[in-house]
Ligand binder design. Structure first.
Ligand code: FES
Length: 103
């Protein structure tokens, strides 16, 4: 599936991802700016914050992700998620916005 990251300034980066990988892993592997992922995906840093676009659906978050989203550098919105928890499924394309800063 394709994963499209739109930065705060509106610039878009689209890359090919693999089912089972996370939106965070896909960004890091491709050197996409805007996602820091300090903790490497262990749900303890909140520097992988993204805003999920309306055309993209992921399963509901668990409580720990919800708690961690209270500590993001840019305030959370209703569509905020931690991208290390967002797994690509099948061929479903994904679109997210990255916040102005992660730290
Ligand atoms: Fe640290 Fe997602 S990479 S919480």
């Amino acid at each position: 599936p394709s994963v499209t990251y739109t930065a705060f300034d509106g610039s878009e980066t689209a890359v090919e991802g693999f089912a089972g990988d996370s939106v965070m892993e896909t960004a890091v592997r491709n050197g996409v700016a805007g996602i820091v992922a300090e903790c490497g995906g262990s749900l303890s840093c909140a520097t992988c914050h993204v805003f999920v676009c309306a055309d993209t659906v992921f399963p509901a978050m668990e409580d720990l992700e919800d708690d961690m989203l209270d500590g993001t550098a840019v305030d959370r919105e209703d569509n905020s998620r931690l991208s290390c928890q967002l797994k690509l499924v099948g061929d479903a394309d994904v679109r997210v916005l990255t916040p102005e800063t992660q730290v």
